[in-house]
Design a protein. Structure first.
Lengths: 112, 115
């Protein structure tokens, strides 16, 4: 069964600090892995999309890494801001691009 | 360009009723997909429409159905509502033939409460 597991479930950090969120998946065959940011009461917004051949992709202060061999991805947030407080969701697409498997998300709170 | 628009924003129904949700994709996007989000199950894929045809479907009962019109606008219908159908229903559009395999642009969702 295809699964996407995210850790931690929740995280509290101080403004200005860095943090790393983890995503492990068992989706096979694999097409791409995406990270989304979802603010409370809003729809998810795409941060990065990586195919199996990409190891790293950045979007401003967000950097995603992918290890297709170990089926692990991470999202690193640098110099966190209060506006980074949100849920971060890891999503994996199968190689036909037909099915998406979602992780349960990591709820990040950035405190001043 | 206007984003993905979902209406209504909030909806309250009672068990046994049916409900129709609407989604207007970004202009030029032909793929529209629907998702259910609950605190317990997280985000789950419902189905995807492309050029008025259902192209992919998740593991939901037949009470959940949808359609897409020639202008790419889409509707989702849930019949015989159950308490467990209470959720945030999200719609997303995609700019290419990749559908859900490509970059998705989500609306803000319709929050459905079933009493």
């Amino acid at each position: 069964k295809n699964q996407v597991e995210q850790s931690p479930q929740s995280l509290i950090i101080l403004e200005g600090k860095n943090c790393t969120l983890q995503c492990n998946y068992t989706v096979s065959p694999f097409s791409n892995l995406r990270w989304y940011k979802q603010d409370t009461g809003r729809g998810p917004v795409s941060l990065t999309i990586m195919t199996f051949s990409e190891n790293t992709k950045s979007n401003g202060r967000y950097t995603a890494t992918l290890d297709a061999d170990t089926k692990q991805s991470s999202l690193h947030i640098t110099a966190s801001q209060l506006s980074d407080s949100a849920s971060y969701i890891c999503v994996v697409s199968d190689n036909a691009g037909n099915m998406l498997t979602f992780g349960g998300g990591t709820r990040l709170m950035v405190k001043p | 360009k206007a984003g993905v628009t979902q209406t209504p924003r909030y909806l309250i129904k009672t068990r046994g009723q049916q409900v129709t949700l609407s989604c207007s994709p970004i202009s030029g996007h032909r793929s529209v997909s629907w998702y259910q989000q609950t605190p317990g199950q997280g985000l789950q894929f419902l189905f995807e429409y492309f050029s008025e045809t259902q192209r992919n479907k998740g593991n939901f009962p037949g009470r959940f159905s949808g359609r897409q019109f020639s202008n790419s606008r889409s509707e989702m219908n849930v019949s015989t509502l159950e308490l467990g159908d209470s959720a945030l229903y999200l719609c997303a559009s995609s700019p290419s033939g990749q559908g859900v395999g490509g970059k998705l642009f989500f609306g803000s969702g319709t929050q459905l409460s079933v009493l």
